[in-house]
Structure formats: C-alpha cells, structure tokens
Write a protein that binds this ligand. Structure first.
Ligand code: NAI
Length: 467
C-alpha cells in the first residue's frame, strides 16, 4: 500500500528541512525529497557554512601575519596550507549535513534522495539513482532555493570564471582576482582570498557597495574593508570577459564617463545575484504563476496559484536568506496545520560576515528619508567602547533609528566586531515593539560590545554617556 503523506517537501535546504521537522513535530507524515545527495541545501553545502569556515580560517591567518604583534605576540614563518584549510571546511560541512539526517531520523521525517517533479497537486514523481518513484500527498511544499545567476555573455566554468561554489574550492590562491558585484557574496569571498594573499579588485555597477543596506553603514564598511586589502572599482558595468590562455580580461564600462576599461585577472568571481532554482519541477505544465523576475508567486499562506502547492524560501519573493527560508517553512507548515503564523519580512536581519561584520534590520536611514518619515538617530562608535578597545577591534559603529514621538525602533544597523550577533538584541526589541527606552533600562554587562547598543539608544535621546 502506498503511503499517503500529509506533506511532500521538495528541497532539503534550511527552508525545506526545517519545515519537515516542524511538520513532524505537529504529528504530520512528512517526506523530504532532495537531489543533491546531502541535506542542508546551498547554505550548508556551498554557501553560508563553508564561507564562514573559510572566513574564520583566513582571519586567523591574517591575525597571525598582521595583528598578533600588536598584542605582543611574535610569530615567524606563518604560511597557508590551503589543502588543510579546505579539508577543515569540508569536514565542518560534512558534520553538519549528517546532523540533519540524524534530526530527520529523530523526528520521524522520511528522506528520499532524488529530484522531484510535480505531476499534479497531490502527486510528486521522484527520479532516484534506482529509477522513478511516485509519492501521494495532501500538500506539496516547494523549497528548492536559488542558484547563482551570471551576466549576459559570461559563462561560469567554475574553474577560472567562478560562482560562489567555485570560489569556495579554489585549488591555489590566485595572484589576481576580480570580483564582479559588491554584494554579500563578493565581499565575503573577496575578503577570504585577499587575506590569503590574492590582489582582489571588486567591480560594482552602483556607486556604492552593499545595495539595500544603510548607506552610511556601507560607506563605513567600505573604508574598513579597503584598509583590510579589498580594492573597490565602483560605477562600472561589466560587459564581458575575454579568456586568454593564461589570464582573463574583464571588460567594463565606466558609467559616469561612458568609457571602456579593462582589468586582468587569474580568477573572476561572478557575484551579481542569485535566481530561483525551479527548473525541472514541472511548474509550467501546472501553470504555477511566477512574478516578473521569475520567483514563484504566493499568497500570505505561501500558497501558489495552485491549491495544495506551497512555496517557501529563496524561490519566492523576499530576502534570499537562510533564516528567512526557515521562518517561511515553519509558518507555512503551521498554517497547513490550521495554526496562526506569520513572518514579518520587515524584521529579518541581514548580516555580512566580513571583518568588520555588517548587520542591519528594519528601515535604513535612506528608506526613512525617501518615505518622508520623521526619525531620531542615535549612533555610537566602537572606538568609545571599552571592550572593543581591549580587543583592538575599534572600526565601526551602531546606529539606531527611532520614532521621535514614542521611541519605537524603525531600524538598527551595525558595522563592527560581532555585528551579526549584536543585532539580535535589536531584532528582538523590534519584534516585541520595545522602544529605545526599553533597551536603555535593560542592564548591559560591562565591559561588553553590547554596551554600544545601549549607548546608541541613549544617543537617540541625546543622553549618551561615553560619547
Ligand atoms: P547581491 O544582490 O547581494 O549583490 C550583487 C551585486 O552585483 C550588486 O551590488 C549589483 O549592483 C552588482 N552587479 C550586478 N550586475 C553587475 C554588472 N554587470 N557589473 C558590475 N556589478 C554588477 O548578490 P550576491 O552577493 O551574489 O548574493 C546573492 C544572494 O545571496 C543575496 O540575496 C544575499 O543576501 C545572499 N547571501 C547572503 C549571505 C549572508 O547572509 N551572509 C551570504 C551570501 C549570500
């Protein structure tokens, strides 16, 4: 007798696997279909986790070469063992992906390795290495994520012209690397290879880095990243790449002057955005609607234009972030179980794991100005924070934007040490509608980086103590 599943989830990334576990917790019979061979999706296999492993390893190397002397520690003969660094990264990834298989077993989630195709609502065909298998279900959740998008005329070969996937597995440190796109991927992976010895030039279409993030914070970050070795070439549109035998030539237009320029490189990283990964799912045959940019259109219950077929994560509109996909997955499953659930996309934090780290949540100052919303602003520089002084990580600031009448927090932005962890306090504050006064009357340990958040909130009220 064939199993009737409550939910078939296609895709085992952070959206899909978390949705599967939540469904099992709610007593549903659930199966997760994943074709990659390992669970965890882009995030665990070729994204967030391996990039953080390499960011950490390369930072330790940079510390040993550049920063330890300031602490009175002399190290001679430091060198990079790239094979060992990559092996550590691969082990971190392997341990975590196996951890999800364990969680599936623990929660009673079925897992099928294969590529799923939707035949109709309630029927999914899975192509496995052993042949085809059909699954019957009440609901289908598409959680197939995204893939790197290239630029017109540029073919990613993952050898010399790489996406993030290839840039996480280079066999040697390139002498010259050009990164196309000063977004999250370009900055994180650019910094990895710059620390390991490459000359890294980042080419960006806009006249600023990190579009979408607060521009004052992005400018501060650009200065700090420049000091750490990244070279920025802004306001350039990449037109193409000529492949020579030994080197690559990146052709670009300098937009302000409408002139053409060239850059030489051994490796080019194309980090110009990602697109939904939905080919082969059978969506066209089913007339599942998509928006103008190709993302699957869903209603506020994550339902597609076809009843019984839902979609979450990177393949639907919204921030393309692992933690957003997780929130989508939990909410979607809870709504299928007739519970109340909601994801507030206005309170999803974004983090760039460079040094210094960059993090933000809610409205940027640019958003507020554009919308004509009155706001009070408080800032606090890490240079005036005693913990940052003790560790020597003094670049950056905390910025809090609040309603001048009631102190409700519109948005918060941080560039500096551990920004990605520090932002959590302000995400919680915004989620529970806490005001800057609530943050101020919360006791913050001393000496700690979190005091900079309290001081920025105090500064909103012109009451900063240490500035
Ligand atoms: P992105 O959208 O963040 O940045 C792409 C950049 O490329 C933009 O600044 C754009 O103006 C520029 N660009 C586009 N075409 C160009 C051209 N012809 N010439 C020069 N510049 C050009 O995309 P990215 O960095 O590839 O990341 C993709 C997604 O993955 C993002 O949504 C990001 O949030 C997510 N991600 C998140 C991470 C995190 O949370 N730490 C880490 C890595 C990726």
């Amino acid at each position: 007798m064939t199993t009737m599943y409550d939910i078939v989830i296609i895709g085992g990334g952070p959206g899909g696997y978390v949705a599967a576990i939540r469904a099992a917790q709610l007593g549903m019979k659930v199966v997760c279909v994943e074709g990659r061979g390992t669970l965890g999706g882009t995030c665990l296999n070729v994204g967030c986790i391996p990039s953080k492993a390499l960011l950490t390893s390369s930072e330790k190397y940079a510390d040993a070469v550049k920063h330890m002397a300031a602490h009175g520690i002399k190290i001679d003969g430091v060198s990079v063992d790239l094979d060992a660094m990559m092996a550590r990264k691969d082990k971190t990834v392997g341990d975590l992906t196996k951890g999800i298989e364990f969680l599936f077993k623990k929660n009673g989630v079925d897992y099928i390795q294969g590529w799923g195709r939707i035949i109709e609502a309630g029927r999914v065909r899975v192509t496995t290495t052993d042949g085809e298998q059909e699954l019957n279900c009440k609901n289908i959740i598409i959680a197939t994520g995204s893939e790197p998008s290239s630029l017109p005329g540029i073919e990613i070969d993952e050898e010399r012209i790489v996406s993030s996937t290839g840039a996480l597995a280079l066999k040697d440190v390139p002498a010259k690397m050009v990164v196309i796109g000063a977004g999250v991927i370009g900055l994180e992976l650019g910094q990895v290879w710059a620390r390991l010895g490459a000359e890294v030039k980042v080419v960006e279409y806009l006249d600023r880095i990190l579009p979408g993030m607060d521009s004052e914070i992005a400018k501060t970050a650009q200065r700090a990243l420049g000091k750490s070795g990244l070279k920025f070439t802004l306001g350039r549109k990449v037109l193409g790449i000529d492949k020579g035998d030994t080197s690559l030539t990146v052709r670009m237009e300098r937009l302000a002057k409408q002139t053409e320029e060239e850059l030489e490189a051994d490796i080019v990283l194309v980090a110009a955005g990602r697109r939904p990964f939905i080919d082969g799912l059978g969506l066209d045959d089913l007339s599942v609607q998509r928006d103008a940019r190709g993302f699957i259109a869903v209603d506020d219950h994550f339902q597609t234009s076809q009843p019984g077929i839902f979609a979450i994560g990177d393949c639907i509109p919204g921030p393309m972030l692992a933690h957003k996909a997780e929130e989508d997955g939990v909410a979607c499953v809870e709504m299928i179980a007739h519970q109340n659930a909601h994801v507030d996309y206005a309170k999803i934090p974004a983090v760039v794991y460079t040094a210094p780290e960059i993090a933000g949540v809610g409205k940027t100052e640019d958003d507020l100005i554009e919308a004509g919303i009155a706001y009070d602003k408080g800032t606090f520089a890490f240079r005036a924070n005693s913990r940052a002084r003790a560790t020597g990580e003094v670049d950056g600031m905390v910025k809090v934007l609040a309603d001048p009448h009631c102190g409700k927090i519109f948005g918060a932005h941080i560039v500096g040490p551990h920004a990605g962890d520090l932002i959590a306090e302000l995400v919680l504050a915004m989620t529970v509608n806490a005001t800057v006064r609530d943050v101020i009357r919360t006791c913050h340990a001393h000496p700690a980086l979190g005091e900079a958040i309290k001081e920025a909130c105090l500064d909103v009220l012109d009451r900063a103590v240490h500035a």
